[in-house]
Ligand binder design. Structure first.
Ligand code: CO
Length: 454
């Protein structure tokens, strides 16, 4: 029986976020949008994640305008975006009214698929976004953030997938942001979720450890409905498996995608040039060797370079210091209750680990200096950690700070009116709602952008 695998193409979002520090411009995309639209992809991932931040901060581009332009050139294929639940596209929690308005506006401007995740897999942090997404008429994809720990077994993800289904999502995504899922694990996980949840299952993974194409193949054999791939010239390394290779893999089998590989040749050629230009313009390294050690340190690819920089700022320059940090990361993660490492928990755990390495080196004790964000993570300000915080260090980490057990956003009063007022005070009394939302997520960066563009 034919069981075609559908493909979501990521070249317009995750692929360049993974290989080119999210520096692709709308002008780089426009010439190929018509061909991509006609190719037969399930969706094109093109917005959200770090693109919003990058547009405003580095590219002098209005992310809302980018979305409108994309939609104009993509009348057929749904545009997918990645949403950080109650964090929207930022690094902390926002009030419900901001989340609701953000979702409403992005769907109005052309988003068709909303992939929504929470770094802690705390479903309470997804509820408002899911509800707003469903009300907007978009396809809402609930995410199981994949990680490896003694407390993240197949049945835990099945339970999470069921909770997401109960909240009305249209499909389930297994999100393996660090590229750690092994082929046979992917097979079992897809089988287990499909057995108990009556929704399409989508696998998102990265090539980092070198197993992604095998994982997608085994996932297909287990009945996965959709896989994420990146056009060959923006694939592999820390990006997704190559689209054309996966199309070829399934050609003539029951999983045949039906997509014409030949039609993608000019697109691949175009984006090869784009990658070269971006690498030159921003001085980026776009080649990443396969690194299977990610299975141990679990740090997402995009964060490794930042971590090294952060360490040297703390006077930790040597290879020994770096290895000490890689060894400290899993310990800190375990003490914090095994959070998956993805934005923002990856950065939070990373800087705590760096502090511990520094203090230990100076003859002090671990957790004798605790950054605010790590304390907040451990006291529940980002939601419920998968396991309780290690009691041995809890008092030391919290240092008397109040614990939060409710949904964190329950403590945040509505923000939109206040944000409008702040913008008016800053000289923009007639700011559009889109500008208010940009300001809500990245206040300083947005003001700088408005200064140059409004
Ligand atoms: Co990704």
């Amino acid at each position: 029986m034919a069981k075609p695998v559908k493909i979501m193409e990521t070249v317009l979002r995750d692929a360049h976020q993974s290989l080119c520090a999210t520096r692709m411009r709308i002008e780089d995309m426009i010439p190929m949008l018509e061909t991509l639209d006609n190719a037969g992809f399930w969706a094109l991932e093109a917005w959200g994640g770090a693109t919003f931040d990058s547009c405003l901060r580095f590219l002098n581009e209005d992310p809302w305008e980018r979305l409108k332009t994309l939609k104009k050139h993509l009348p057929k294929t749904p545009i997918s975006m990645l949403l950080r639940g109650q964090n929207i596209l930022g690094y902390n929690h926002y009030a419900d009214d901001v989340v609701e308005m953000f979702v409403k506006k992005m769907v109005e401007h052309g988003i068709g698929v909303i992939r929504v995740f929470d770094a802690l897999n705390d479903v309470r942090n997804l509820e408002t976004a899911i509800k707003a997404g469903v009300a907007s008429g978009a396809h809402v994809q609930g995410v199981c953030v994949y990680t490896i720990s003694p407390y993240h077994q197949t049945q835990d993800y099945v339970k999470l997938a069921k909770e997401l289904q109960a909240r009305g999502v249209n499909s389930i995504c297994i999100k393996d942001m660090s590229g750690m899922i092994k082929p046979y694990v992917a097979y079992d996980l897809v089988k287990a979720i499909k057995a108990e949840v009556d929704l399409p299952v989508h696998l998102h993974t990265h090539y980092t450890s070198g197993m992604a194409a095998m994982a997608e193949l085994k996932a297909a054999e287990a009945g996965v409905d959709i896989i994420d791939c990146a056009l060959s010239t923006f694939a592999n390394g820390t990006s997704q498996p190559p689209t054309e290779s996966m199309i070829a893999t399934f050609e003539g089998t029951e999983y045949d995608t039906g997509i014409d590989r030949q039609a993608l040749k000019p697109v691949a050629l175009h984006f090869a040039g784009v990658k070269k230009r971006i690498a030159g313009e921003f001085g980026l390294n776009t080649h990443f060797d396969t690194n299977v050690n990610v299975l141990d340190f679990q740090i997402p690819g995009g964060m490794l370079s930042n971590l090294r920089k952060q360490m040297s700022e703390m006077g930790l320059e040597s290879d020994e210091d770096y290895q000490a940090l890689l060894d400290e990361m899993p310990l800190v993660r375990a003490d914090a209750g095994y959070p998956p490492l993805v934005t923002p928990t990856s950065q939070i755990v990373g800087s705590m680990a760096a502090f511990n390495v520094m203090m230990t080196k100076m003859g002090g004790e671990r957790y004798s200096m605790v950054p605010k964000e790590f304390r907040d993570l451990c006291r529940g300000l980002y939601g419920r950690t998968p396991q309780p915080v290690n009691p041995e260090y809890k008092d030391k980490i919290l240092n008397g700070a109040e614990e939060i057990t409710c949904r964190p956003a329950d403590n945040i009063p509505p923000q939109l009116d206040e944000l409008k007022q702040q913008l008016a005070d800053a000289g923009y009394p007639n700011a559009s709602i889109e500008d208010v939302l940009s300001y809500a997520i990245f206040p300083q960066v947005a003001l700088e952008f408005f200064k140059n563009n409004r």
